[in-house]
Design a protein around this ligand. Sequence first.
Ligand code: COA
Length: 320
Amino acid sequence: MHFRPAVEADLDRLLGCVVDESISWAHPERLLSFLESGNYRYDRTWLAVDGEDILARAVFWGFPGGDKPLAMDCLYVHPSAADRVGLAAELLRHAHAAFGERPAYHVFVSNGWRDDPRAAAAIAWRWEAAGRAGLTEELERLRYEWTADEPVPEPSDRLEFRGDDDDEAFVAAFRRVAEGTLDHYTRQALVTMDPEAQARQDVEEYKSMPGERSWWRLAYAKDGSLVGVALPSANNGGPVVGYLGVVPEHRGHGYVDDLLAEITRFHAERGVQRIAADTDRGNVPMARAFERAGYRNFAIRLVLSAKPEIAADDRDPVNT
Ligand SMILES: CC(C)(COP(=O)(O)OP(=O)(O)OC[C@H]1O[C@@H](n2cnc3c(N)ncnc32)[C@H](O)[C@@H]1OP(=O)(O)O)[C@@H](O)C(=O)NCCC(=O)NCCS
């Protein structure tokens, strides 16, 4: 058994790996198009090989030209492998050592996957293998979609939406909105980063998405106070809700509905047919808002990730 990154000469064998287990995977069409776009790369596709045969394969995703892989998209083990959990874990350990980090595993399953024995079994062994390789944190994100057969919401009669070319205005708003958030990623980031750096990083990440910066809006109440942010955006798959949030002092008044309506209306008026969005299962006020606004929960994204490591410089000198 030998562990190594793939090379171009492996292509036929890579296309021959088949996952038939009711979960998302890097199927041949996806593999070819992402190798072409640069989202997948041979050197970010790790293999366990026995002579000519691929016994296990881990496919990682990143932005084209990005300096590191951002997520694992597919974990495959050939049915003949005696210990698939052990083999997959070993493969992941090799890939992580080469990358110098452990990208999270993102896997898509349908709703009710826990009650579907095939999907549950497909997740179970991958979960165990990922855990042995250090991906011990689990998060379920609900995937929503709005389609153009739903009514287009009316504009808010209590909020005013304004664009702002100054990124600092959004950094300040993101920082306020992150206070007391129920969003796992933001909470996790705030364990290791100070709130301003976290807000700045979020603004940069949203700017790097394919959506336009000019679409971003700040929302104000009639008294001129800032209520929140509404960022319609897009990713490689098409238009997305992007980000929205309400500052703590304005929570509990249903403003989330006004912000989401603004984003939906904005996309709908550009002729968009489908808007996608994700939120954590634990972010109940957000999930409820999607359901009130005619978004349909069509799938689940399961994310298995490593515990965040606190950089030595950021450690609390008193408590560590
Ligand atoms: C999610 C969010 C936009 C909801 O905004 P909102 O306008 O306050 O939502 P609602 O008015 O519908 O709130 C419904 C209930 O949830 C409560 N609630 C809202 N946000 C809450 C939070 N972060 N923590 C605890 N409870 C919260 C409200 O107080 C209200 O409670 P009540 O029914 O007892 O009055 C807001 O919490 C937020 O900005 N969070 C941070 C950013 C975020 O998570 N964005 C979504 C990323 S996908």
